[in-house]
Design a protein around this ligand. Structure first.
Ligand code: PMP
Length: 280
């Protein structure tokens, strides 16, 4: 695997970061995960916009222009053999002696890696999820590399043979440990609004757009815990899952306990419009 580190393309084993990097010491950095389908970056402008937003929210100057980012990513994709890949990129506040406040002047550390990506296939059985209180901080809109809360919450899912942990804050659904959440009640699709309590997922936005285009409106509205628990369908979205059905929540069936008809339609719509966008 070839990675990009601070202006250079080099084999993963040769990529080294000093131990005083603030990403390592404090988790003082932000990241992005971008899908590449058959060599083509998907929704790259939206990912670059979110990257710019994350950097601005932590007061870190963007080291590159959009054109630079695109150029480096395309070289990385090519050096890793093209095809379908997942690009992971992170920018940290660089290397300085350990002190909490920002260094006066420091060069950010920029890392980009690529791993093979196989787009998900349409499942016939849904996933299992558990719920937990959302123990994370109040700036979940920042795509921060400091993910200890998310890590502990996702681990609870794995320990309980579940795919995801769905989070509840003050009686309302926020999101999953690494996914956004949609529910369907009597044919109406709903997902929590974009606030500081959730990561503004690109797949979430793409799905809302595609649903609207297909005439399946989606309401961005607070979802109570009781709505979540009585929903006919629950879906998870993320770059790697696209849109996935949850059919068991806390060991109880969701709706009929089978994958939902609205999800099945939404999956087909997602694939059709995604493919159209890639063919353009
Ligand atoms: N919420 C959280 C907490 C996430 O970490 C992620 C990314 N895995 C998402 C939502 C989904 O975001 P995206 O659709 O941009 O992958």
């Amino acid at each position: 695997m070839i990675v990009y580190l601070n202006g250079e393309f080099l084999p993963l084993a040769e990529a080294k970061i000093p131990v005083l990097d603030r990403g390592f010491i404090f988790g003082d950095g932000i990241y992005e995960v971008i899908p590449v389908y058959d060599g083509q970056l998907f929704r790259i402008q939206e990912h670059l916009q979110r990257l710019e937003n994350s950097l601005a929210k932590i007061q870190l100057i963007n080291p590159y222009t959009r054109a630079d980012w695109l150029r480096f990513m395309n070289v990385l994709i090519e050096r890793n053999g093209g095809g379908s890949q997942t690009i992971y990129l992170q920018v940290t506040r660089g290397v300085e002696k350990r002190q909490h406040h920002f260094p006066d002047s420091v060069t950010p550390t920029v890392l980009m890696t690529s791993s093979p990506f196989s787009a998900p296939v349409k499942v016939t059985q849904g996933y299992t999820a558990i719920t937990r209180p959302d123990i994370r901080w109040l700036r979940c809109d920042i795509k921060s590399t400091a993910l200890l809360g998310n890590v502990l919450l996702r681990q609870e899912a794995i320990a309980n043979d579940a795919k995801e942990t769905i989070l509840i804050r003050d009686g309302y659904l926020t999101e999953g440990a690494a996914t956004n959440v949609f529910i369907v009640i009597k044919g109406v699709v709903m997902t929590p609004p974009k606030t500081n309590f959730i990561l503004h997922g690109i797949t979430r936005d793409v799905l809302i757009e595609f649903l609207q285009r297909a005439g399946i409106p989606c309401q961005e509205t607070p979802v109570s815990e009781s709505q979540l628990r009585t929903a006919d369908e629950i879906w998870l979205t993320s770059t790697s899952l696209e849109v996935a059905p949850v059919t068991r929540l806390d060991n109880k069936p969701v709706g009929s306990g089978q994958v939902g008809a609205v999800w099945s339609h939404a999956w087909d719509v997602f694939q059709t419009f995604k493919q159209q966008a890639l063919n353009q």
